[in-house]
Design a protein around this ligand. Structure first.
Ligand code: ADP
Ligand code: C5P
Ligand code: MG
Length: 204
């Protein structure tokens, strides 16, 4: 549980539950979030999707965001957190999957201090680089960053900046690790088991 804060930093009385969804590029975060939304009624917020929408909206940060994404770099937390806060505020739901965030220690610490939201847990999709690379090269969503040169940069950023965030939560017993190398349906069986056990706890 946490209290959300609006974009101007005012506290608003909204209790929200947040699950961070992490894993390398192409590990299947977006695919599985869609399944979780259908089955368990969460709202899916993908930090990458929010940043891409911000570019399309013609925002003053658009060019900077575009440059960062095409280099596989992490956009300053301030920008991404504002987009997440706005999406949380505008949504009637009170439970969220935040996908692709926090991507580094700065993302993690800033989100916690600005919003006061502590995630229930981190859903971690574990997959080999070889398999993720194959998936990204076949994704076909017209993403500029799904080319081999940028993919390699994204893998490096993931190893250097995101894995330590996962380790941070792991050392606090907050990581639910899923073998994401299996076929989509098999991965969802494991995801389902994690969420079904939360529902049981809520009911108990
Ligand atoms: P992420 O959001 O983690 O970057 P996506 O959900 O977009 O990953 O998946 C990347 C690509 O891999 C997509 O084309 C998707 O259809 C495919 N994909 C997702 N999960 C699996 C899986 N378990 N096995 C094979 N392909 C997958
Ligand atoms: O998660 P996704 O693969 O959609 O992210 C695409 C890109 O968006 C990342 O490689 C990064 O450049 C940017 N991003 C970011 N900060 C986040 C999430 C994504 O800068 N928290
Ligand atoms: Mg995604």
């Amino acid at each position: 549980m946490g209290t959300a804060v609006d974009a101007s930093n005012k506290e608003v009385k909204k209790d929200v539950r947040v699950i961070f969804v992490l894993g390398g590029p192409g590990s299947g975060k977006g695919t599985q979030c869609a399944n979780i939304v259908r089955q368990f009624g969460y709202t899916h917020l993908s930090a990458g999707d929010l940043l891409r929408a911000e570019i399309k909206s013609g925002s003053e940060n658009g060019t900077m965001i575009q440059n960062m994404i095409s280099e596989g770099k992490i956009v300053p937390s301030e920008v991404t957190i504002k987009l997440l806060q706005r999406a949380i505020e505008e949504c009637g739901n009170d439970k969220f999957l935040i996908d692709g965030f926090p991507r580094n220690e700065e993302n993690r610490a800033a989100f916690e201090s600005v919003t006061g939201i502590v995630p229930d847990f981190v859903l971690f999709f574990d997959c080999s680089e070889e398999e993720m690379e194959r998936r990204l090269l076949n994704r076909n969503q017209g993403r500029e960053d799904d080319n081999i040169e940028t993919i390699r940069k994204r893998f490096k950023v993931y190893m250097e900046s995101t894995l330590p965030v996962i380790e941070h939560y792991n050392s606090r017993g907050k990581v639910r690790k899923i073998d994401a190398a299996k076929p989509v349906e098999a991965v969802f069986e494991d995801v389902n088991a994690v969420f079904a056990s939360i529902d049981e706890k809520v009911a108990a």
